[in-house]
Design a protein around this ligand. Structure first.
Ligand SMILES: [Zn+2]
Length: 117
């Protein structure tokens, strides 16, 4: 399987932006992750319908893996309005961030997505 290119990632983000109902969002795709250990990253401002998803191309070995990582980061965008509210009301941010990560990681693996690959 070939290694994904920048164009592959951008196309995949566009696909999930459409299928996840995020067409009114401005989603910036970046290839500079803050922490080099991360494969992907997401920073969302749901109040402005804006998000930045970042990917570490070096850590995406093939298109299948890329698809999972893109889906994962786009699920963070989908959940961001709810996450933002819950985090603002809580003093236990670390736990809530962990719960969101578990929810997104679980959703990322749903067999449902096979219809989109
Ligand atoms: Zn995550």
């Amino acid at each position: 399987m070939p290694k994904p290119t920048i164009e592959d990632v951008q196309e995949c983000v566009g696909k999930y932006q459409y299928y996840f109902g995020l067409k009114s969002w401005r989603i910036e795709v970046s290839f500079a992750v803050d922490d080099q250990e991360n494969i992907g990253d997401c920073v969302a401002s749901p109040e402005y319908f804006k998000a930045r998803v970042a990917f570490n191309l070096d850590k995406l070995p093939n298109l299948k893996e890329m698809e999972m990582v893109v889906r994962h980061e786009m699920l963070h965008v989908v959940l961001s309005p709810y996450t933002e509210v819950v985090l603002s009301l809580s003093e236990n941010k670390k736990t809530l961030e962990l719960v969101e990560e578990m929810v997104v990681s679980s959703m990322e693996r749903w067999p449902l997505w096979r219809v989109m690959e």
